[in-house]
Structure formats: structure tokens, C-alpha cells
Design a binder for this molecule. Structure first.
Ligand code: AMP
Ligand code: ZN
Length: 487
């Protein structure tokens, strides 16, 4: 089906028809997490939003190279760029661990959370520490082209110089005077020529843990630089989509554009796409504000703000019920409504398999299918899509109750619609089915073990018993046969 996709571009503040630079290929870069602590539910929302975009582009037939980095060095406490300590180094010192132990721990934790939420892995997941050489080369280029200066072993980007020929505020729509007047003087920045200048390379203090040699000093690359260097390396100087949370737009992405334009005269991406924030009582969920909680706390209900736990797919559904560009406020009532809605949708998904086709039809599915595409083509409007899926669910229930007839062609289309949009595009899993199937799988394993025992293959039967024990199931051999129970 020929589809025209419209995407909201922060650069133009407009929904634009999506045209890939080099179809069927699409290059997409999304700023990844800083792995110094557990990802909270807010971070997860952003990655679920871009997972939806990745899945839909793939569904439309694009071959997407999706690059999502891991920030494992250079992100300082003052998110603007060059104030405070490196977040990872600080955590490592407190925990008396190697910085790379911190990085390893939280990268694994991040991947676990992504898997639980059924977020697909990106095509490439580069790390900042794995691209120090590329970052040094980029700093050299910016220096050569006159947009940066070196002072005492650190290198800074010269924003005023850049703004003489380019528009520094092209993304955040702020003019330089405004920005200068509204920037706090944080002190300790005497090295910089201008208030808005930001670091590209930072000379390391003796106590700093993660540092590398460079032409300017033993030091480390600043945070904004890594994304410019890695997107450039894996997607080229100009690619299709650059994404991240909207909180990254005013500074991190603004500086990324300046770096890329300074180095190679190109704004790196055609479409700048920003996901909005998850809030709690109207306030951005953030670790520093103390209002964040972890996905695991939400699954188990173990946090004072929660009245009970919710399954990972219920949480994913809750997130997708809001458009990615709207803020989404977390609340128990909203979660309960999502839980009911998700169950309703998945119940009809399960019923769908037992529907019988008739010789005639009371319903045509093609217009509904087109409305599902229209919703997604309108800047990935998942809440409108979900409303259409409830209409599909109503049709399934009515046919199931024999109050409506559907013919084979329309039934086939209905199944395709439900499978494509619920499983592939929204990335939801039928948790009900998974739970229902488990007893059957266990019964089958017990039967296989009985067969081994009959054949006096005790090595295999013990291996099965011990293996099940390890993953939390106990087998009991009794007169009536073998039974299993959850430990
Ligand atoms: P960080 O690890 O702080 O670099 O953040 C990782 C990603 O999570 C970034 O894209 C942020 O924009 C995003 N993010 C941070 N807080 C929230 C929030 N409350 N809601 C949605 N996304 C968030
Ligand atoms: Zn970035």
C-alpha cells in the first residue's frame, strides 16, 4: 500500500512529508542513555517512542540503520557541557569501582529494561569511549576551520564567531543576545571567551579517572561532541532523522548542529524529531528532582507512589496511548484505565483465532485498515491508532457473538491488521497467551523426562529436574506421576 508519512520536524516547527534521502534506506540517530545509574521510566518512554518510529519505518519497507549511542564518558553534571564532574567518574569514586564497572553494570541494566519493554535493539550501538580518535579528529577539523580555540589544554567552540556566518539558534529559535542574557554565570569559566562557548575537549584534572592523550592535553571529549562524531561515522555527514528527548533540544542538539556545520557545512539531519517528557504531578520525571522510579518498581508495585504493580506490556500500552510529542503524566488511575483497555484489546486478539468466516460479510475491513495507516502517517499518532484498534476489537467481539458476519477475505484482512499494528508496529506482546502456554510447555517437559526415566536415561532425567529447579520450578515424583510447582 502506497503511504505518505508526515513527520513533525522541530527544525521547521511543521509536519513535513517524509522523503528519505536515499530510499529505501533511512538513517536515524537517537541520543542514548548516560550509563551512570538505572534508567527510569521517563528515559524508557523516550526509547519506546523511537522504537515505535523505528518499527513503523521498517514496516513501511524502509531499511533503517538505527544508531543509538551509549554515553559512557564526558557527560558532566551540569548538563550544559562543561561544569561539574563526569557523572560516571563520580559514581565510580563513590562506589569505589572502576568507571568501566559502572558502565558495564548500567549498560546491562538498560538492555534488560529495553528487552522487557520489547524495544528492538538498534542496528549499531556505539560508545563514546570507543570513538575517542574520531572525536579528536573532529575537534582538529573544527579548530582548522576557525570555529574553536585552545586554552590551557582545553578546546572550546566559539559560538559568537560561528553565529557571524551561521544561525546558532536554528533549532532552539533563540537569538544570541537572548541566550547570552539568559545564561547563568556559573563561575570557574574564565577560560572561555564567550558566555555561550562550550567545551569540545576538556583537560583532565589529576584526580579525573577517564582520560586520553590528545594534541592539546591528557583529557576527555565533551558530551555534545560524541553524537556529532558517531552519527557522522555511521550515517554520514547528512542523514534522515536525528532524535532524542525534547530536553536535549535547546543545548545538546543545538551544539551538535553547530559542531557539524562548523566541521563540514552540513546540518547533520533532515528531520529533527523530539519525544516529550513523562511527568509526575506535572513535573518532569528526573533523577535529580527525586520523583523518578524504576520500571521494576512499577512492575512489582514497590514504590510509595504506586497502588499496585503493572505488567511491562501494560506500561508500554500506557505510554503508547499518548502521542510521543505530548507530555504524559503518570498516575495510578491512568494506569488502571490502561490495564483495562489493554486486557480488552488482547482478549479480542485471542478470540480472533476462533472466528469462523461466513459466505457473506456485514463488514468491510479495508477502510478501517486505511484509518490505521492514516493515524500512523500523521506523525506516528499512536493514540488515534489505538482508538481504531478498539474498533477492530469491537468487530471481533460482535462476530464472535454471532451478531455480525464476516467473509474469508475480510477476516484475513482483520487478522493482518491486528497482527501488523498490535504486534509489529506498537510492539505489544500478548502476555496472556504467554502465561497460558507455560503450563502446556511444562507438561511437555515432564512427559519428555518420563520418557527418559522409562529408558533408564537417568542422566537426562536428572538434568531436566535440576535445570527446572534452577529456573524456579520444582518437580515432585509421586505415585500418581510427576507434578510441577513454582518454587
Ligand atoms: P540521559 O541518560 O539523562 O542522557 O537521558 C536519556 C534520554 O532520556 C534522553 O533522550 C532524555 O531526553 C530522556 N529523558 C530524560 N528524562 C525524561 C523524562 N522524564 N521523560 C522522557 N524522556 C526523558
Ligand atoms: Zn546526543
Amino acid at each position: 500500500m502506497e503511504q505518505s508519512l508526515f513527520v513533525y520536524n522541530t527544525l521547521t516547527r511543521k509536519k513535513e512529508k517524509f522523503a528519505a534521502l536515499n530510499p529505501p534506506h533511512v538513517g536515524m540517530y537517537v541520543c542514548g542513555p548516560t550509563v551512570y545509574s538505572d534508567v527510569h521510566l521517563g528515559n524508557s518512554r523516550t526509547y519506546i517512542s523511537f522504537d515505535l518510529i523505528f518499527r513503523y519505518l521498517t514496516h513501511l519497507g524502509y531499511k533503517v540503520r538505527y544508531v543509538r549511542n551509549i554515553t559512557d564518558a564526558g557527560h558532566l553534571e551540569g548538563d550544559a557541557g562543561d561544569q561539574g564532574e563526569d557523572k560516571i567518574s563520580k559514581k565510580a569514586k563513590l562506589a569505589q569501582l572502576e568507571p568501566m564497572e559502572i558502565v558495564q553494570k548500567y549498560t546491562i541494566g538498560f538492555h534488560d529494561v529495553m528487552q522487557i519493554f520489547n524495544v528492538l535493539p538498534p542496528s549499531i550501538e556505539p560508545t563514546a569511549t570507543g570513538h575517542i580518535i574520531e572525536q579528536i579528529e573532529l575537534v582538529k577539523l573544527i579548530l582548522e576551520r576557525g570555529y574553536a580555540y585552545e586554552i590551557n589544554g582545553s578546546v572550546y567552540f566559539d559560538v559568537e564567531k560561528y553565529n557571524q556566518t551561521q544561525d546558532y539558534g536554528i533549532l532552539n529559535r533563540r537569538n544570541l543576545e537572548d541566550l547570552i542574557n539568559n545564561t547563568r554565570d556559573l563561575g570557574g569559566q574564565d577560560e572561555k571567551r564567550g558566555k555561550l562557548d562550550f567545551a569540545l575537549w576538556i583537560k583532565a584534572k589529576p584526580e579525573h579517572l577517564m582520560k586520553w592523550p590528545s594534541p592539546w592535553s591528557v583529557g576527555f571529549p565533551a558530551w555534545h561532541l560524541e553524537c556529532s562524531a558517531m552519527s557522522n561515522k555511521y550515517l554520514g555527514q547528512h542523514f534522515d532523522i536525528h532524535g532524542g528527548g525534547i530536553d536535549l533540544m535547546p543545548t545538546h542538539h543545538t551544539n551538535e548542529i553547530a559542531q557539524n556545520v562548523a566541521a563540514c557545512d552540513k546540518n547533520p539531519a533532515n528531520y529533527w524529531v523530539h519525544a516529550n517528557m513523562l511527568t509526575v504531578n506535572g513535573q518532569k520525571m528526573s533523577k535529580s528532582l527525586g520523583n523518578s522510579f524504576l520500571p521494576y518498581e512499577l512492575f512489582t508495585g514497590q514504590n510509595s507512589i504506586l497502588s499496585k504493580g503493572y505488567s511491562p506490556m501494560t506500561v508500554r500500552f500506557f505510554i503508547l496511548q499518548a502521542h510521543y510529542r505530548s507530555t504524559l503524566d503518570f498516575g495510578n488511575e491512568a494506569m488502571e484505565a490502561s490495564e483495562k483497555g489493554f486486557k480488552r484489546l488482547m482478549n479480542s486478539f485471542t478470540l480472533m483465532d476462533s472466528l469462523q468466516a461466513s459466505g457473506s460479510t456485514d463488514v468491510e475491513i479495508a477502510p478501517l485498515l486505511q484509518r490505521c495507516y492514516d493515524a500512523m502517517n500523521d506523525d506516528f499518532n499512536s493514540p488515534v491508532l489505538i482508538a481504531e484498534l478498539f474498533e477492530a476489537s469491537r468487530i471481533i467481539n460482535t462476530v464472535y457473538d454471532s451478531k455480525m458476519k464476516i467473509d474469508a477475505k475480510n477476516l484475513e484482512l482483520l487478522k493482518q491488521l491486528m497482527n501488523d499494528f498490535i504486534l509489529d508496529i506498537l510492539g505489544l506482546k500478548n502476555e496472556q497467551a504467554a502465561n497460558d502456554d507455560l503450563p502446556k510447555v511444562l507438561d511437555m517437559i515432564v512427559e519428555l523426562r518420563n520418557g527418559a526415566k522409562v529408558n533408564r536415561d537417568y542422566a537426562t532425567s536428572d538434568k531436566i529436574r535440576d535445570g527446572l529447579q534452577q529456573i524456579g520450578f520444582q518437580l515432585k515424583d509421586g505415585k500418581e506421576g510427576t507434578t510441577w510447582s513454582k518454587i
